[in-house]
Design a protein around this ligand. Structure first.
Ligand SMILES: Nc1ncnc2c1ncn2[C@@H]1O[C@H](COP(=O)(O)OP(=O)(O)OP(=O)(O)O)[C@@H](O)[C@H]1O
Length: 256
């Protein structure tokens, strides 16, 4: 491997020229991103911008048409097993094994990662407790609410103590108390050196939570850097609208 092929392993995630099209539709047009280790990195963009596509390719779940991805210096598509042991993924809208109980789902994820049964049992109990799912742990996931499902799949993504957590819309459908608890857990995790990459539509949340932000629209990276760099002295929501456009100033629904 040439020197320039191997990015700094201190960078949690590096993508170079990551591209994907679905038929005629260019979902991502060559994404170059660098996520420093220990950052809380927000990926924002309008509906259909390419966020889920980018995060799926970055975590080895969707094969790129072009480009490369490294997680802590490990080439995700050349060495998927090594890469996947270092990352925990909360995918958006992907079906889970919902005929398991919450406890079984987390246990199953831990065992798949090759952890010891005793370690998995201890971590499962801890995760159910911090996610407020202790009682629900004995119920089938198919009977969970949307927010409970989000929490249990987040727990399953964390059980192997990965270096990087990639979370697509982790707070969607989650109640405010649970969301605050999850934010605390993620902040502690970042404080201990972990990296969180999170996609969200909620600018206020991103502004309060993240150290870094990338703005994507129409499959193109519009801005990336520290929160302060991207905000450029403005409110993130205003900057976002400036960068991606799309506000309708003409007539609305006069008939309504
Ligand atoms: N499997 C697919 N087949 C065809 N087109 C797809 C597929 N997945 C995504 N797309 C298209 O690719 C583009 C990017 O979609 P993507 O889901 O990555 O956006 P997103 O930024 O995550 O959107 P949202 O915020 O609404 O979740 C969209 O135009 C979408 O319609």
């Amino acid at each position: 491997m040439r020197a320039q092929d191997s990015p700094d392993p201190d960078l949690a995630l590096v993508t170079r020229g990551l591209a994907k099209r679905y038929g005629e539709k260019v979902a991502l047009a060559g994404l170059d991103l660098e996520v420093p280790a220990g950052s809380f990195y927000g990926v924002v963009g309008p509906n259909g911008a390419g966020k889920t596509t980018a995060l799926s390719m970055a975590t080895g779940m969707l094969r790129p048409d072009a480009g490369r991805v490294w997680l802590h210096g490990v080439d995700v598509w050349a060495d998927p097993l090594a890469a996947k042991s270092r990352v925990g993924v909360l995918a958006d809208g992907v079906r889970t094994f919902d005929r398991l109980t919450g406890a079984q789902l987390i246990t199953y994820a831990g065992l798949l990662h090759g952890l010891d049964r005793a370690v998995v049992d201890e971590r499962t109990a801890d995760l159910l407790r911090v996610m407020d799912l202790e009682d629900a742990g004995r119920k089938l996931v198919v009977d969970y609410s949307a927010g409970m499902t989000k929490k249990v799949t987040l727990a399953a993504a964390m059980v192997h103590a990965p270096d990087v957590l990639v979370l697509d819309e982790p707070f969607e459908a989650v109640d405010p108390v649970s969301a605050a608890n999850i934010r605390d857990i993620l902040h502690d995790y970042v404080g201990r050196g972990g990296t969180v990459i999170v996609s969200s539509h909620v600018m206020d949340l991103v502004q309060r939570m993240c150290t870094h932000v990338a703005v994507i629209s129409d499959g193109v990276l519009r801005a990336a850097g520290t929160l302060e760099e991207v905000r450029a002295g403005r409110d993130l929501e205003e900057r976002f609208v400036d960068l991606v456009g799309g506000r309708h100033t003409g007539e609305g629904l006069a008939w309504l």
